[in-house]
Ligand binder design. Sequence first.
Ligand code: SF4
Length: 437
Amino acid sequence: MSQTVTQTSTPTEERAHHLFSPSTLQSREACACYRGKSGTSAAAETGTKQHAVVETGRDDETLDDDKALAAAECLDYYQRQKELLEEARTRAEKELIAQAIAAKVATYVPPAAVLDLAEIYLPVDGKTFFDVVNGATVTTKSTTAGYVDRCLIAHDRKYAILLDWKFGAWAVEHAKDNLQGIAYVLGLFRAYPTLEQVKFVFKLPHLDSMTEHTFSRSDIPDLYLRVQVVVARSREAYAKVDKDDFSMATPMVPACNFCALIGKCPKVQAFACKVGSKFHPLQIPSDITPTGIKSAEDTTMGLRLAQVLAVWASAFKTQVTDRVIREAGATGVLAPPPGFRVETRRDRDIADPVTFKKTTLSYLTEKELEPLAKYTFGSVEEAIKEKAPRGSKGTTVEAYKQALVDSGAVKFGDPYSFLRGVSETNSKKDSAATPKS
Ligand code: SF4
């Protein structure tokens, strides 16, 4: 009989994403109003590739050496755990054979194979909730549910190991108290009622760290209560935040660092201002100049403050822009704040370098183009403008841009909008042109 039954998900499978997913629970416990950011980043995409390497066992040559090594370390660890469970199954089978021989019976029932499951979905209960998300009612199944990276279940179906890989730079809560792990453990106990113990392991190869804890079935009531409270408070806070009520918010590091609401949450704003006062009590706000900071201690404080405020400033701009554009979509009224207007742009990319060069050589000589070997639109257009006769510099650049489009040398990305500061006079002109409701 086979030692192991392996089951893996299809990479292209559409995945259900729970509104209160296990990976957000630790942050939600810290702050009930916490909301995860959507979208992706280069680091997240690298992490996804590393997860795929561990899941499939196949190398990804686009990964840097250290990232590939980290994935290989997790793969080794998982294979070792599987090997130990398979060995336990072999021992159990030998024992059964020995018993059959001693009892002088001709047959025995071999132990079940070790179960090896990748990316299984684990709901913690069978409840149904109705949540309002962006004004629409959505049905949420289970208090929380998510996909665990790897699950190994022993031949006796009494013991299991859950494995989760963390390729980021942040440490995680100890497995004993980690709500993400606890949610998966609850889901597995529910899915396999014969399980008596589940070991949960978080492996963090880039931090050279690992945390694990073995849970017993008797732990379920306490663990489930904790998960229920966290999700119930988050659900209540979710509805409040939609009405701009942040009374349940509790600023915490690192929850705020990853929160999608950092740009509009008044509690974290108050926290950021408090940090400012503490670091520079006599210099708020305009006296905080780089040349004013003399000591090493003040420099460290200034750099820390700059990091926090940079994150806040970027998120604030994004939130305000989104709101203005969303309101314009809903009401038909474009109402940027005084002193700003909405501009829409589309980034350009060189689609065809040969045609790009051919088109450009109608405006610049080979000799003039050569120093711009690493073309950017800015440098080439600046050179064309410089060479164009006085009085036609602007129109020549515009003609060049159009020629690139007409020849297919460039392609456009998706349009995006942003708020641009304008002079007082222009601002008045813009608001006069804005339709009134
Ligand atoms: S930014 Fe506000 S809502 Fe988000 S985690 Fe921090 S305190 Fe909570």
